[in-house]
Design a protein around this ligand. Sequence first.
Ligand code: CAO
Length: 451
Amino acid sequence: MASEIIVVPDLGGAEEVEVIEVSVAVGDSIDVEQTLVVLESDKATMEIPAPLAGKVLKVLVKEGDKIEVEGVPLVEVEIAVGSDTTLEAEPQNDEPKPPEPAVESEVSNPPVTPSVPEVVKDQPKDASPQKKTSAIVDAPALASLTQKDETAVYAGPLVRKLAREMGVDFANVKGTGPRGRILKEDIQTYVKSLTQKSSSSTVAGGSGIPPVPDTDFSRFGDCEVLAMTKIEKLTAANMHRSWLNVPHVTQFDDADITELESFRKSLKAEGETRQVKLTPVAFILKACAVALAHNPVLNRSIHSDGANYTQKHYLHIGMAVDTPRGLMVPVIRDVDKKSLWQLAEEIAVLAAKARDGKLTVNEMQGGCFTVSSLGAMGGQGFTPVVNTPQVAILGVSKAQIKPQWNGSEFVPRNMLPLSLSYDHRVVNGGDAGHYMTELVTLLSDIRGLLL
Ligand code: CAO
């Protein structure tokens, strides 16, 4: 009995791929070009077709395997004797071309260019083994041979990818293609039917809130589904939890930072000597800490029993930092005890660590209050979401020169827009009003920070 092992062909540079489908099982008779397995790299999905006809002796990979690509054995096939359907792996120029793996690439990525699956012939025992053959025998990851145990589903890789992305189980979808093949339209029809069912349903989601049904946006134009980063997922969960649990109120005011800015600019040379950049955020953090010390209601956290709260006697403040992987909030400890220079230095160090993904867990814990500064970007105001279990957060927008009435005339003043969101279960409007007024006073006359 002659057998051959079909291995992964050169996939044009993909380093690791995942086996997303094994399309044959032990005992199957296969034809040339029949799909053996479907592989997925981060750029594309690829059907690996059989380069020869025969009977499947062993399936050497299973769904979910992550494999280094070129040369990894996929399937061992007993060659159909007397058959002229066997194609050599590396044909001569005058021979007919063997089947190419079918590649379905993502829109935004260049397609990979795999070559034909390679066939490694079984070596006689006494022959000097080929490198690839010994790799096949020794590869520990392939020790467990698998059998396909599910009913065959006919669907192309793009359709399978769509189904996976939309969480659709093929068992629920009726294929309308040839031999019951499931088409993209079948997935769309199925999702549409679910959407209609859920929008006509009066049943609420687990939290009592009607779920937002998934939409197949590909019906409306070109689009792609991207996985959220871990930080984005955590932020989404935290924001959602806060939004659902915390009755938010946001209060707005402007601080006149004309004198603060003159003072800050006068320290520019000293900052260069110290190699520290003093931005408005250091002053804001300091003022928030002083105002928190005088308004301790905003430095509480309510217990889940709704009967107690913790009053904190320390003043650690979180600072929202925009990073390529998502929003991060490092915490500056004991802000009330630190000088403006120390704060400026810590802001720079922690913001850089956040952007480089080097913050420790400790550096992100223990905040009493959060400052979210979008001042460098612009905007006149926004309503930040409370970083629960904290009970208040300050949004800082872009300072601008605006006319202010001084009692006898309009004068140009540098006005900093502030928005304070608070948890109305803990903080009353009066508490927030006192806090905001003190904050604005401190930023308008920073001599108050010394008192
Ligand atoms: N108004 C006008 N200008 C401001 C300002 C304000 N409110 N705040 C900062 N600036 C200026 C700074 O003075 C600096 O200008 P100069 O170089 O001329 O002095 C410039 O903007 C850049 O500041 P920066 O961003 O480098 O530094 P920062 O201390 O102001 O802010 C940090 C640090 C980490 C808060 C900021 O970089 C950041 O990541 N902000 C985004 C926070 C965020 O994403 N919030 C949203 C959370 S909720 O989704």
